[in-house]
Design a protein around this ligand. Structure first.
Ligand code: RB5
Length: 146
């Protein structure tokens, strides 16, 4: 299993502050965080940021990614278009744990207008602390890749 060291974070304009808070939290956990912005809350297009973060993970530069938009949905869809990316939107900690354990998700998407900042941090913690279980789940994940 690849050891997680570097985690990319990105968002659209929906909640820059939440992204920065999550980046600080992940850094405090001891990971290297690659925050690829954006740096202002000027309106921007979530597909750009989802793809950019996903490419960091797909290339191996980062092992995991956390991305944010208003609902978490659009930026997740963009990330999942990049080969090798398995990104799920989570609004609860159970799902955040399970997408790692069963789906070997390498990216987590959060809807900043769906969950509060406190829950968002707990969702990130659940995602980062879980590990892929392999076995029958590995067979199924391989089927996703085609
Ligand atoms: C931006 O207003 C909003 O559409 C975006 O953040 C996201 O929710 C799209 O899925």
């Amino acid at each position: 299993m690849t050891q997680t060291q570097r985690i990319v974070v990105s968002s659209d304009h929906a909640d820059i502050q939440l992204r920065q808070d999550i980046a600080a939290h992940i850094t405090a956990l001891g990971y290297d965080v690659v925050d690829i912005g954006p740096t202002t809350s000027q309106s921007t297009d979530y597909p750009i940021h989802g793809k950019a973060a996903a490419e960091r993970v797909a290339s191996g530069d980062c092992q995991l990614g956390v991305i944010i938009c208003g609902t978490g949905q659009g930026i997740m869809m963009a990330a999942n278009k990049v080969k090798g990316i398995r990104c799920g939107v989570c609004a609860d900690t159970f799902s955040a744990r399970m997408i790692r354990q069963h789906n070997d998700a390498n990216m987590l998407s959060i809807g900043a207008r769906v969950v509060g900042a406190g829950l968002a941090i707990e969702i990130v913690d659940a995602f980062l602390s879980a590990e892929f279980e392999g076995g029958r789940h590995a067979t199924r994940v391989d089927m996703i890749e085609g």
